[in-house]
Design a protein around this ligand. Structure first.
Ligand code: SF4
Ligand code: SF4
Length: 185
């Protein structure tokens, strides 16, 4: 009997403590808004998905395909596909042969920017390790919160294609299914 009375007293005390907390917060100014009817101006501090930083030429990434970001990523969500060397013209082949005969090392004329830069946003924790490990500052976070899709595949991107789209160079076919987590030669 005494035990039940003590339990009831304890429950009542707990209820009163809870009501006091509720009263304190009830009287405080409201900190949330009824989105989308009302918006707060905090977009500048929003950290969205990754994007490639453009070099001087529009649509051309600053990235040099070193693969450091993909190696450092703890979630294996990046795949950097390097460009293949262009087929030399007959004149270039002759020049190469002459240079080799003289014992000179021919210059590698393969463009450094990647063929594809595959990014699986469904795995990304936005930790920023890739950006910290990039030697040329070729990655950044977007400030856009307006990204939606119907399936997980809608969040697989080729960031090279995305950059071209942003520059108005090609159509909007930005989504590809990446085989994430490695740097391909
Ligand atoms: S932000 Fe982190 S998880 Fe996302 S791609 Fe970069 S290293 Fe990987
Ligand atoms: S984004 Fe930076 S770290 Fe990643 S491959 Fe390009 S240059 Fe290297």
């Amino acid at each position: 009997m005494i035990k039940e009375a003590l339990n009831t007293m304890s429950d009542l005390w707990s209820l009163m403590v809870g009501l006091r907390v509720t009263k304190d917060y009830f009287l405080e100014p409201q900190v949330t808004v009824r989105y989308p009817w009302v918006e707060v101006n905090n977009i500048a501090s929003f950290k969205g998905h990754l994007e490639l930083v453009s070099a001087k030429a529009p649509g051309k990434p600053k990235c040099i395909s070193c693969g450091m970001c993909a190696l450092a990523c703890p979630s294996n969500c990046l795949t950097v596909v390097k460009r293949k060397a262009p087929k030399p013209t007959p004149e270039e082949e002759q020049a190469l042969a002459e240079a080799k005969a003289k014992g000179e090392k021919p210059k590698d004329k393969t463009p450094k920017d990647p063929e594809k830069f595959l990014y699986d946003y469904t795995l990304c924790s936005l930790c920023g390790t890739c950006m910290e490990n990039c030697p040329v500052g070729a990655l950044s976070f977007t400030g856009s919160p307006y990204l939606a899709g119907y399936s997980r595949d809608d969040f697989h991107f080729d960031l090279v294609q995305v950059l071209k789209n942003q520059a108005g160079l090609e159509g909007m076919d930005a989504s590809v299914a990446p085989e994430a987590g490695k740097s391909e030669a």
